[in-house]
Design a protein around this ligand. Sequence first.
Ligand SMILES: Nc1ncnc2c1ncn2[C@@H]1O[C@H](COP(=O)(O)OP(=O)(O)O)[C@@H](O)[C@H]1O
Ligand SMILES: [Mg+2]
Length: 271
Amino acid sequence: MAAVDQGAGPTSVMDQTLFRAKDLAVTYESSRGPVKALEGLSATLGQGEFLSVLGPSGCGKSTLLKVVAGLLKPTSGTVTLAGAPIIGPRPDVGIVFQQPTLLPWQSTLDNVLLPIRTLGHDLAAGRKKAESLLKLVGLDKFSKHYPNELSGGMQQRVGIARGLVHDPALLLMDEPFAALDAMTREHMMLELQRIWMAARKSILFITHSIPEAVFLSDRIAVLSARPGRTIREVEVDLPRPRTLETMADKRFAELCNELRALFAELVKFDA
Ligand SMILES: Nc1ncnc2c1ncn2[C@@H]1O[C@H](COP(=O)(O)OP(=O)(O)O)[C@@H](O)[C@H]1O
Ligand SMILES: [Mg+2]
């Protein structure tokens, strides 16, 4: 995908829009009647940008991710990727779901290789990439294990390796670190920043964690409670690469406090 590969890179200004969501609405039909998950949501992601979508539980974050992934058709509104409407899953997009969603009858390595097989990419090269990613997520000794032999956090790390194995230009991540213990989470945050800076990927990262969003993002789109729409965008002006010391930084605390205050207002409004 040439249009996607010409990324401006994480350090330069965002001069090209990779995806654009405009007036997005999603209403689910359920047995209890229609459920409005998103309404009037607009957002953009620049080439090479790290954007977090931050919002309370149930506000429609996973719904947004499914729409951008081409897995769910919006009720109204448009989403374009590299200028073209998203009409289904694409090979240049990687997805890390909120749940690991591994195939229970396949080993760790085979689960990571799934996108390589589905896309018909070279298996030998894919296996090398999968092995290096498993090392990255600390699971190189578990490549022959099956999902039921792994903890929840380990399964999630397999899911992260699988999302990256085909080297997608755009990575969609749905609360990927929520199930990890605090130490692993900090390690994965640093690793994700490293991968993003080295590989010039564009990342749409969904989270309900304020410090995680501040640590990782160039920009944070804050969603309202359901039905979700963007109520604020916050630029994160902390220098890169960010380190664990960044979290002790005055500016880091200021940004976290600003977002906390915003959510406190939201909750008041909701009550
Ligand atoms: N398939 C579905 N059918 C009916 N309601 C759904 C479905 N999926 C999600 N919802 C509802 O839509 C709202 C948004 O869900 P979701 O996008 O998963 O939120 P989040 O990821 O922010 O927690 C929630 O109220 C949820 O219960
Ligand atoms: Mg969710």
